[in-house]
Write a protein that binds this ligand. Structure first.
Ligand SMILES: [Zn+2]
Length: 87
């Protein structure tokens, strides 16, 4: 049950969207309160997304390192192969 903290009306709130956040507006006295549950969930989701992006970046970095090492080993192998053919 949501009661308006200002006029104490019983569940008078309408959802208002502002800056990507959801607020609750009392239709009797126009008091706007933050919809904390939705806001918290939005923050958690955006934080989780940010973490996933960072993980992806780290994964990409490490896979890039592995690729660079592989290419380096291949070049080294070709150099050794070429030198061994020369002598
Ligand atoms: Zn009110």
């Amino acid at each position: 049950m949501n009661n308006c903290p200002n006029c104490l009306a019983n569940n008078p709130f309408q959802k208002v969207y502002r800056d990507g956040l959801v607020f609750l507006k009392c239709e009797y006295c126009n008091t706007i309160i933050e919809n904390t549950t939705t806001t918290r969930r939005t923050r958690e989701v955006s934080e989780r997304l940010r973490n996933e992006v960072q993980n992806d970046v780290q994964k990409e970095k490490s896979s890039g390192k592995v690729l660079a090492i592989g290419i380096g080993l291949m070049i080294l192998y070709f150099i050794i192969d070429t030198i061994s053919k020369l002598y």
